[in-house]
Design a protein. Structure first.
Length: 432
């Protein structure tokens, strides 16, 4: 039987070319996928091709170590990076069930159109055809991809080898789609055929095109990892409270706070990212005051509550952003840690007496979580670490440590895991 994709006029070439560009930017230029996409890498593609290109690039980067192992027996020496990436993408597609004929044809065409790569057409054709003859079960038997040494070392020191191996096993799988409902979670879960998670988020195993899901146009929900949604639940905004969301874009937490009835000020440095926040607010029918600016220069005080999702290494989001280990090397961590401490101190000064600050980072490194809170308490002896605020529905007691709530990718591993987060609730004392 002829593979339908092989006879299609485009046969996924546009999406695959774009995916290879994204992979090349991550592996060759150390650019995150989000940076490449923001620079317009996918803007000429149709929405379906755009989604496919992102999916292909993300999955290839997630499985890069496995792809390299699968390809190694067929390569006497490594070809140039562009060719190597085409082989990697082709290997991932074939070994995960795509029709080999269509994949081989597409990769040969793409390599054949590049002046610097066209001489490798024969190699790509031969290697991918031989790979297509392999037992598909061989792919599953390959070792789980490990984190790079610059990141794995500190994580093993923090959590131990077994825990890190468990995280890597979760990160090796494509994550499900999590949604935060605007209204009744149970009713929306039934409507979408989604799993209602213990914390109140919804989870879809096979989501397809997000914008085509029921309730997207009507703004009944927004995409947000279940772990990320916990921070706003810890803040527990109440109707009428003045709440500041620092570093707010793209707006998931802002929408949670607004849906709770708070008077929300959403601040972010990036005007482009604030554009996404505005779009999300418009779609969901929620409202917030939007301010573009530097969080450290914002001097309006008297807030009842502040949510500070501080800039960080984002090491907790690798299951959704597998480009990070390829595009980063940890060199910027020191500056980020200093910035986080500055932002905590500044945010505390914007609180009304008795106000509360929820500090969180999507990091798996204690220096960006537990240590930050420990040092903030030392700098501000009258500050109260409100651990009781962390005991939200669905939060296991042993996830809460002396400094705050630690969420890890291997938690809920049987459900598909979650992003890594650290969350703490700090309260200013009431004045006499």
């Amino acid at each position: 039987m002829t593979d339908a994709r092989a006879t299609a006029p485009d046969d996924g070439l546009a999406a695959r070319r774009a995916a290879l560009h994204l992979i090349g930017q991550a592996t060759g230029s150390q650019r995150l996928l989000s940076e490449s996409i923001a620079a317009g890498a996918l803007e000429r593609l149709s929405p379906p091709d755009r989604a496919r290109a992102q999916r292909l690039a993300t999955q290839a980067l997630r499985q890069l170590p496995r792809a390299d192992r699968a390809l190694k027996p067929f390569l006497a020496k490594q070809p140039p990076l562009a060719v190597r990436n085409a082989l990697r993408l082709g290997a991932v597609e074939i070994m995960e069930g795509a029709a080999p004929h269509g994949v081989v044809n597409a990769m040969v065409q793409i390599i054949g159109h590049g002046k610097r790569t066209q001489s490798y057409k024969g190699l790509v054709n031969a290697v991918l055809r031989r790979l297509g003859d392999q037992d598909p079960q061989a792919w599953a038997k390959l070792p789980v991809p490990k984190l790079p040494n610059w990141l794995r070392g500190p994580m093993v020191a923090a959590w131990g080898r077994d825990a890190v191996a468990a995280m890597e096993a979760v990160q090796a799988e494509a994550p499900p789609l999590d949604l935060t409902p605007k209204g009744d979670p149970a009713a929306l879960a039934e409507r979408l055929g989604a799993e209602l998670l213990p914390t109140g988020s919804l989870r879809l195993r096979e989501a397809g095109q997000v914008s085509a899901l029921p309730g997207f146009e009507s703004g009944d929900w927004w995409v947000q990892d279940a772990a990320a949604a916990v921070a706003a639940r810890v803040l527990d905004a109440r109707p009428g409270e003045r709440v500041l969301d620092l570093c707010a874009a793209p707006g998931g937490k802002t929408m949670q706070l607004a849906a709770a009835g708070a008077e929300v000020t959403a601040l972010d440095l990036s005007e482009a990212r604030l554009g996404r926040l505005r779009e999300n607010l418009d779609r969901t029918g929620l409202s917030a005051r939007i301010v573009q600016g530097d969080a450290l220069e914002f001097d309006e005080g008297g807030f009842d509550a502040i949510l500070l999702d501080a800039p960080c290494s984002a090491t907790g989001t690798i299951r959704r952003h597998p480009d990070l280990p390829h595009a980063k090397d940890g060199a910027e961590f020191g500056a980020l840690i200093e910035l986080q401490a500055e932002m905590i101190d500044h945010a505390l000064g914007l609180l009304a007496p008795g106000g509360r600050l929820v500090f969180c980072t999507c990091s798996l490194l204690p220096d960006e979580g537990e240590v930050q809170v420990e040092e903030a308490l030392a700098r501000h002896p009258d500050l109260v670490n409100d651990r009781a605020a962390l005991a939200r529905p669905g939060i296991a007691a042993d996830w809460i440590g002396p400094e705050g709530l630690r969420l890890r990718p291997d938690f809920w591993a049987d459900r598909g895991g979650m992003d890594g987060f650290f969350i703490a609730c700090l309260r200013r004392p009431q004045t006499a």
